[in-house]
Design a protein around this ligand. Structure first.
Ligand code: WQD
Length: 324
């Protein structure tokens, strides 16, 4: 069996590819290299450079590699950018997915996994977000992920495909320094960037209704996220017909921005005292997963804690940004 991983040269995709190869699966990657990097791929994994919007290309990759399952990870993923360019986000994330699904259905692929996001929930007002918590996305990015889940589920039911959508919470860390997050769009790399510039990390609001006033999230190590994909692949392999799942990937443990800064200070040995700035628009006070359903369905549970995420992210950051 061979699995097509779209977006397999990206930060999360490359971790998934690595875990899939380690678990003994055959993999082929489709990536447009807009943010991905071929150097992230293990030796011997074929890369097809191209767009998910290119249906003839997809048809030929599925046929030539005799693909039996698809992990669709390729997507645009910046919330702010999606507010400015909603048409582009719908094209890349929804139309791109629709094309991949159509090619997969026509090629007789019976297993499909979608990268989704906690962004589908918006501002959930519950302590632990379950998969039953109502979805009210707050950005075009979150909307494209929710529409994507619907599309995947409907296609799976109509075309006899087993499907899994995985809703990632806040992904951080790196399995090896080379695979670290190259971006600066999330809390951990944004804090590292400020520290390197000799500036205080910013805390976007300390007046939230949380114990220390800062926002609480569910941070999850990217290597754990990758293992969740391997567990989903196992399930899709064993039982394609009976699999129709939407699952959170989180640790089920809330960590505040202030607690993250404390651990970053300890791990880096730098002064990570935050500077409180006004709230960032659209930030919910607390988003923490219930990780019960995925444990039940796939037997998966996170292994790494926040300290391991930060230490591995820091090693990756230092590789790209040598100490001044
Ligand atoms: C985390 C917390 C910030 C930077 C977003 C998307 C989500 C997913 C992950 C997907 C928040 C605070 C941040 C800083 C800060 N994206 N913060 N100072 O907003 O929870 O989730 O990224 O693929 O869909 O919504 O993640 O890392 O931006 O922020 O205080 O310099 O850190 O306010 O509370 P977020 P984040």
């Amino acid at each position: 069996m061979t699995w097509l991983v779209t977006g397999g040269a990206g930060y999360i995709g490359a971790h998934v590819v690595r875990a899939m190869v380690e678990a003994g699966h055959g993999v082929v990657v489709l990536d447009d290299l807009s943010t991905g990097d071929q150097a992230r791929l293990p030796q011997g994994v074929p890369l097809v450079q191209g767009s998910t919007l290119d249906q003839p290309l997809l048809a030929s990759v599925l046929r030539e590699h005799a693909v039996t399952g698809v992990l669709h990870i390729a997507a645009k993923k910046q919330v702010g950018e999606s507010v400015e360019k909603p048409l582009w986000y719908y094209r890349e994330n929804v139309e791109g997915l629709r094309v991949v699904l159509e090619a997969a259905a026509e090629a007789g692929v019976r297993r499909f996994l979608l990268s989704s996001s906690a962004a589908v929930y918006g501002m959930p007002d519950v302590d632990l977000v379950t998969e039953e918590t109502p979805c009210r996305p707050m950005s075009p990015y979150g909307e494209t992920k929710l529409v994507g889940e619907w599309l995947v589920r409907a296609t799976g039911r109509a075309h006899g495909m087993g499907t899994v959508s995985l809703r990632y919470f806040n992904v951080a860390g790196a399995a090896t320094p080379e695979l670290g997050d190259p971006g600066v769009f999330n809390l951990v790399p944004m804090v590292f960037e400020r520290l390197d510039a000799g500036e205080a990390p910013r805390v976007f609001g300390a007046d939230y209704p949380t114990p220390d006033g800062t926002c609480i999230r569910d941070y999850i190590h990217v290597a754990d996220v990758a293992e969740a994909h391997v567990a989903a692949v196992r399930r899709l392999t064993d039982d394609p017909d009976g699999t129709d799942l939407i699952l959170n990937i989180g640790r089920g443990e809330g960590v505040s921005v202030q607690q993250m800064l404390d651990v970053i200070g300890e791990v880096t040995g730098l002064d990570a005292t935050g500077e409180v700035t006004p709230r960032r628009a659209g930030d919910p006070a607390r988003v923490v997963a219930s990780a019960e359903l995925i444990a039940q369905e796939l037997g998966w549970k996170a292994r790494f804690d926040v300290r391991e995420m930060i230490a591995s992210a820091w090693a990756g950051w230092r590789l790209r940004h040598p100490a001044p």
